[in-house]
Design a protein around this ligand. Structure first.
Ligand SMILES: [Fe+2]
Length: 176
């Protein structure tokens, strides 16, 4: 019983059973292994789906699928250091996402590089509830520092996972 890594997975406990027989001076046998308590950290992490330009996609259903899950940032290209800067994130542009009890947009996050700036969470029903479709949307007001921001948004669908939109660059001007 050992802890180890098997094919890239972290295995907390492994049992190996060997059944060997001696047959005319040659050893032959079978080996069976069972894995218990497998904890694959990579498996626990959600896949991040990245937006691709839907004008390059042919199938209408795929355009719909990509667009309705992707967060789009709307903000000015310039901000002032130390002053509230509005950033709107909307999930979807041309297409809308369901707002069913088991399938809805649960959260929107806004990052500057790898730093989480803001987050909004929605219960199902925010956009009309079962049978309705719409685009989750929120406006954050962030106070920038430094000289630039690289804003990226993530949206989480309860059925289709995490989606990342294209990054937006913002120049931050010094306060007057
Ligand atoms: Fe979805």
């Amino acid at each position: 019983m050992v802890g180890c890594r098997v094919m890239g997975m972290e295995v907390a406990e492994m049992r190996v059973k060997a059944d060997l027989t001696c047959n005319s001076g040659r050893i032959s046998g079978k080996m069976a292994a069972s894995f218990n308590c497998i904890t694959n950290r990579r498996k626990n992490m959600p896949t991040i789906n990245r937006y691709i330009d839907i004008s390059t996609v042919e199938r209408e259903t795929k355009k719909d699928y990509i667009d309705r899950h992707s967060p789009f940032i709307q903000c000015d290209a310039r901000a002032k250091a130390g002053t509230k800067f509005p950033v709107t994130v909307r999930v979807g542009t041309e297409y809308s996402h369901p707002d069913d009890a088991e399938h809805y947009i649960k959260s929107i996050q806004l990052y500057d590089g790898q730093t989480l700036l803001a987050e909004a969470n929605f219960p199902s029903g925010t956009l009309g509830g079962t049978g309705q479709k719409s685009q989750a949307e929120v406006t954050f007001h962030v106070v920038p520092g430094g000289t630039r921001m690289r804003l990226t948004a993530l949206a989480y669908c309860t059925k289709h996972g995490l989606w990342e939109g294209d990054p937006t660059e913002v120049t931050v001007e010094a306060a007057a």
